[in-house]
Design a binder for this molecule. Sequence first.
Ligand SMILES: Nc1ncnc2c1ncn2[C@@H]1O[C@H](COP(=O)(O)OP(=O)(O)OP(=O)(O)O)[C@@H](O)[C@H]1O
Length: 224
Amino acid sequence: MSQNSKSQSGLRTFQRDFSQNVARTASQGASPDEPITIDWSPSPPHPPPKLTGPQLRRKAIEDALGGNTSAVTASKASQPLVESRTFNKRPSDSSLLLDDECSAPGPKKKRQLPPSWTEETHERATTSRSSSSTMKSQIRDLPRTSPTAANKRPAGVFLSQEQSQILRLVEEGTSVFYTGSAGTGKSVLLREIIKTMKKKHKASDAVAITASTGNISFKHLSMR
Ligand SMILES: Nc1ncnc2c1ncn2[C@@H]1O[C@H](COP(=O)(O)OP(=O)(O)OP(=O)(O)O)[C@@H](O)[C@H]1O
């Protein structure tokens, strides 16, 4: 029964020893009855050191080339990584630029003109530019005229073939009756007839205008 006091499942108890901070496991010879101490590091492990840009690149190259580059790396470690800039058109790190690249920019590029451009073309372009600006200034200097009575006058009447034919008949002394649809120029023709008759017969009462009402005959025909 003394053996039954031990754990039948094989589990053992252990006790942490924070004072010594020494690990002694069962595999290292600890007897099953002795308390087992476990290594308990008081602080987390240190993180790997952070590498800078060039160091990272060097490490990547070394990893890519395998372990044979240690000697080369050791010999080249002191040199800057300027060789890599030949493969890098736009270096992000200004330290990778050569001195001549960092110096002042080269001569300014001259403007490229088309091969057909000659001195004569230049003269013509300059002249046309100046003449157009002169014309603009002349237009700007023109006096701003207000509409006068002459400007307000309606454009002259040019009788159509039918209207001219009727007017000729009236001038010859023929009695005429003309009609037509609305807006075909009956009133215009009548005014032209009155004007022509008044010119032909100078006397003030030589021409009489009659209408259904005096208002129409005076206001709308003879007075215009
Ligand atoms: N020979 C012409 N030259 C220029 N404009 C014309 C001429 N004949 C007619 N018109 C124009 O046509 C329009 C109609 O003319 P007008 O008033 O004489 O027609 P109408 O036959 O008398 O019309 P309504 O029967 O409705 O009185 C007017 O604006 C007039 O100026």
